[in-house]
Design a protein around this ligand. Structure first.
Ligand code: SF4
Ligand code: SF4
Length: 466
């Protein structure tokens, strides 16, 4: 692996910054920068890290506050359990999330990537800081990488990778807690390992994946894996606020002119400090719409530091839109923003309505497929056979009463469906009967499910007769 980042890459559209012309990975050693935005980002990321590691420990009424058990298809969101039957809510939630992300990106570019994405936060605020602490700044790191294997290098490298592995282990376990819930996780780590081979294997796999991502793969996640980065070209427009280089002010770039009475070039002194601090190794001066830019703001801090030193106003690189740089325009509320906002408000309104009216159970009624009607010649009654399913979506066992609407009568086949355990789905079969004279073509049958709190749900079904 080469250790020289290609700073003079004028061919930036044709290959990645962290790749040599013959396709080899170029290791990036971002310079250490501690500016105003970095300090704010650090504070924000610590809050987010505490939330990320802390949330799986929170319980509500004896259950995790959040759980995303994809394997057993059980989900808890803010203490409310959701089941595969709530898929429409998940689908609507995902669509709303995508529209929200699109709207947010149209407005504020990649704020998410730089400020809240777990990949950036873990990489820049945990792993990178540890690297700086053990190996020193970018120059020291490069020197260490190029130096022969001495005792000092072995100690530094092995202690760094050991800490990386331990943090990856902690992340993997947190990830597992989100999937299986903290009670099941606790059982897994306290009971004999032989009883939890599947979970422990997953733990090791996740640890390995996180270690690989943060120790080796790093910025490649944002450059080649993350689909969101790919969408930037479509989502951003000239009105979007993003990390921008003010080329009107900065160009033509050139070395600092101490003696010249009239400045013949722009404010950019071509010091490359903004490139050196970039965790993806790019040159923001090539334009803000580069998919490798994660909007981390390091280049803003770096350039502000330079501007301070040469007594120029800060903000040569800043949060602004392309229209802001070229025409001095502020963020406008465009038709596109209006369209996204309206759709989002409608969707959120609809989801809120569905959530408010959502019952803690779900009943499904089906006329038994393949069965025709039964006619009792003696009593002149016609009957149809039905199957009912009741899913108890709550955390308590629940009793149900199933009542047919007159003039139908209900006769259970076997045990009546009454009690449904928490989180369980129970099926029952019954006949609906009606006197021959009470039925005419098109008559529908209704049954009502009532729970112990008196909440009810009416189900409609077809009924056939001679
Ligand atoms: S840090 Fe500022 S002055 Fe230096 S190269 Fe970057 S844009 Fe130019
Ligand atoms: S160009 Fe600037 S904002 Fe974008 S990733 Fe590099 S340092 Fe961060």
């Amino acid at each position: 692996m080469s250790t020289n980042i290609n700073l003079e890459n004028d061919d930036f559209r044709n290959h990645l910054y962290n790749q040599s012309k013959d396709g080899k990975r170029l290791w990036i050693y971002p310079g250490r920068i501690i500016g105003t935005l970095y300090k704010i980002r650090t504070a924000v990321s610590y809050v987010l890290l505490i939330a990320l590691f802390g949330l799986p420990w929170l319980q509500y009424e004896g259950h995790p506050l959040f759980m995303f058990n994809i394997i057993e298809r059980q989900f808890i969101f803010f203490g409310v359990p959701f089941f595969p039957q709530d898929f429409h809510l998940v689908a609507l939630g995902l669509v709303s999330f995508l529209i929200f992300v699109s709207l947010f990106t149209v407005l504020f570019g990649r704020v998410w990537c730089g400020w809240a994405c777990p990949q950036t936060i873990f990489m820049e605020m945990l792993f990178r800081k540890i690297e700086y602490l053990i190996e020193g700044d970018d120059k020291a790191q490069r020197k260490l990488a190029e130096s022969p294997w001495t005792t000092e290098k072995i100690i530094k490298k092995s202690s760094k990778h050991l800490i990386f592995f331990l943090i990856s282990f902690a992340i993997a376990n947190t990830f597992l807690m989100y999937i299986m819930g903290n009670t099941a996780w606790m059982k897994m780590v306290t009971e004999p390992p032989i009883e939890h081979l599947k979970g422990l294997t997953l733990m090791l796999i996740f640890t390995g994946v996180f270690y690989f991502v943060f120790a080796r793969f790093r910025e490649m996640v944002c450059m080649v894996v993350c689909p969101y980065g790919r969408l930037q070209g479509v989502l951003l427009d000239n009105n979007s606020i993003n990390v921008q280089y003010d080329f009107k002010r900065g160009e033509p770039r050139g070395k600092i002119q101490k003696s010249a009475s009239v400045q013949t070039h722009g404010d950019c002194i071509d010091c490359h400090w903004c490139v050196r601090v970039c965790p993806t190794g790019i040159d923001i001066r090539n334009g803000s719409n580069q998919l490798e830019c994660v909007g981390c703001t390091s280049c803003i801090d770096a350039c502000d530091e330079v501007m301070d030193k040469i007594n120029k106003p800060k903000g040569l690189i800043r949060y602004d839109s392309l229209n802001g740089v070229t025409k001095g325009e502020k963020l406008r509320f465009t038709k596109r923003i209006m369209a996204y906002s309206s759709i989002l408000v409608l969707l959120l309104g609809f989801i809120s309505f569905l959530l408010i009216t959502r019952k803690p159970w779900e009943g499904t009624l089906l006329r038994t497929p393949g069965m025709t009607f039964q006619l009792n010649e003696k009593t002149h009654e016609v009957s149809n056979m039905y199957q009912i399913e009741v899913l108890n979506k709550s955390f308590q066992d629940e009793s149900f009463n199933i009542i047919p609407e007159k003039p139908f009568e209900l006769v259970w086949i076997g045990k009546p469906l009454q009690k449904v355990e928490k989180g369980k789905l129970i099926k029952g079969n019954f006949f609906l009967k009606i006197k021959e004279g009470n039925w005419e073509r098109g008559t529908k049958a209704y049954i009502t499910i009532i729970n112990s709190n008196g909440q009810s749900e009416k189900l409609k079904t077809s009924f056939i007769a001679p």
